[in-house]
Design a protein around this ligand. Structure first.
Ligand code: ADP
Ligand code: MG
Length: 420
């Protein structure tokens, strides 16, 4: 009995291993084909592994193949399910178990159960999902075994060690229920994180709106004045051309601000691409210029224009990350000051620096940065830096903060690889 548990324990470890990979799997959630392929790979590996180390019980091999089979099917859909069924059959063939054809005949009817389980799983609550998974798992195993033994005329094998058989089913149910619970828990956790990123973005968008509106009014006022001038008759052709030129330039500027702003407000799905850091800093300074002017702050930029500074990531998220940090910097200078944006290359790494001459932070406060709900502002949420840090970390970047009380703060963001 002890050996039986030891072997089962080993099997449980094998089929739990895919859960470790779940955070990676979650990254593909929007690219359905990739998500399914990765899920399929994980579950197939688990199936192969558990079938390679079965527990022998009264002449029958027991393993937990139905756990990854069911979990992969429920989360991957009918096509993934079909391939997983194929994996089980191939696994049986490879591991040299007898009567492969009979086994195909015994297991394939259970695909109907899986198909219905997938259908109801989608619309069920957490408890419902756990129950569906447990039932599907037990039924697949029971029906397959019954059909298999019946066709060999060995049904009596079922009754030899009833206690162990029941324990096997209970263990399997427990594992699959815990598995579904864990996946649902992680999904929910990730969903909440995504929500926070979105809500924070909407907050950013609405906070910048006032300064953007203000900035658009300036070119409009200028254009209005020049149109007025153009209406007067005593203008030379040369002057007319000049005024027209100014009008177009001002309108282009307004259009630029609007499209920059709209691109910030957009919520596209994740799209990883090459990001030109100087272009992004330029974008950031355009949007923040108005916010800075509003607060009597001078904006200085020092980009390394000579070299190509690039990294990989989602452009819109990266903008959000930079704008959050830049906005905090401006808000740290209520009596005006200087906001400096710089970029440079350090060996293989590309570096962005955002510095302010504001109130600064104590070492204790710096340590709390990036933790949720830490805010010293009346209307602050304390989520901005957390969101920024998450985005930058996901891109493989590091953040270093240097701050001195009443002198200012410098954020140094570094991306080491992917640069050319
Ligand atoms: P919020 O801006 O809503 O308060 P954040 O997460 O963006 O939330 O920032 C958390 C806190 O970190 C701020 O309330 C502020 O006290 C501090 N902080 C962030 N950036 C700076 C900075 N550049 N200078 C001084 N304090 C800062
Ligand atoms: Mg903030």
């Amino acid at each position: 009995m002890l050996l039986f548990f030891k072997e089962f324990l080993f099997n449980i470890v094998i089929i739990s291993s895919p859960f470790v990979m779940y955070p990676y799997l979650h990254r593909f959630r929007e690219k359905v084909a990739l998500y399914r392929a990765f899920l399929l790979l994980l579950c197939s590996m688990a199936i192969m592994a558990t079938m390679s180390f079965p527990v022998n019980l009264n002449g029958l091999n027991y393993d937990f193949r139905s756990v990854p089979l069911v979990i992969g099917s429920l989360y991957g859909g009918w096509a993934v399910a079909l391939v997983l069924y194929g994996t089980v059959i191939i696994g049986r063939y490879i591991t040299g178990m007898p009567e492969v054809l009979l086994y195909v005949f015994a297991i394939m009817p259970t695909y109907v159960i899986t198909w219905f389980a997938i259908k109801y799983f989608e619309v069920s609550s957490l408890l419902g999902r756990m129950i569906i998974a447990v039932l599907a798992c037990a039924l697949i195993k029971l029906i397959t075994f019954t059909l298999f033994l019946a066709s060999l005329d060995e049904l009596q094998k079922f009754a030899i060690k009833p206690l162990e058989t029941i324990v096997t089913y209970l263990l399997q149910s427990l594992i699959v229920a815990i598995g579904v619970y864990l996946i649902e828990f992680l999904r929910r956790y990730n969903r909440i994180q995504d929500e926070v990123v979105k809500t924070e973005k909407m907050k950013l968008v609405s906070e910048i709106a006032a300064s953007v509106a203000h900035e658009i009014r300036n070119p409009l006022t200028a254009v209005r004045g020049f149109i007025h001038l153009l209406g007067t008759t005593e203008l030379t052709a040369e002057k007319k051309e000049q005024y027209k030129g100014i009008c177009f330039a001002e309108l282009d500027r307004a259009e630029h601000i609007i499209s920059d702003y709209l691109s910030l407000a957009r919520t596209d799905p994740d799209h990883v691409e090459e990001i030109n850091l100087n272009a992004e800093l330029g974008y950031m300074s355009n949007l923040l210029l108005n916010y800075a002017n509003f607060n009597n702050i001078q904006l200085n930029v020092a980009f390394d224009e000579e070299r190509r500074l690039v990294t990989m990531g989602d452009k819109h998220k990266f903008r959000q990350a930079l704008l959050n940090i830049g906005k905090n910097a401006i808000e740290a200078m209520p009596d005006g000051g200087e906001l400096a944006l710089a970029s440079e290359k350090q060996g293989d790494a590309v570096v962005i620096r955002i510095s302010d001459t504001g109130v600064g932070m104590t070492a204790e406060q710096v340590k709390r940065l990036g933790t949720p709900y830490y805010s010293t502002k009346d209307k602050g949420t304390g989520l901005g830096t957390m969101v920024s840090f998450n985005i930058i970390k996901k891109m493989g970047g590091t953040i270093h903060i240097h701050s001195e009380l009443n002198k200012g703060t410098t954020f140094t963001i570094r991306f080491s690889s992917n640069s050319t």
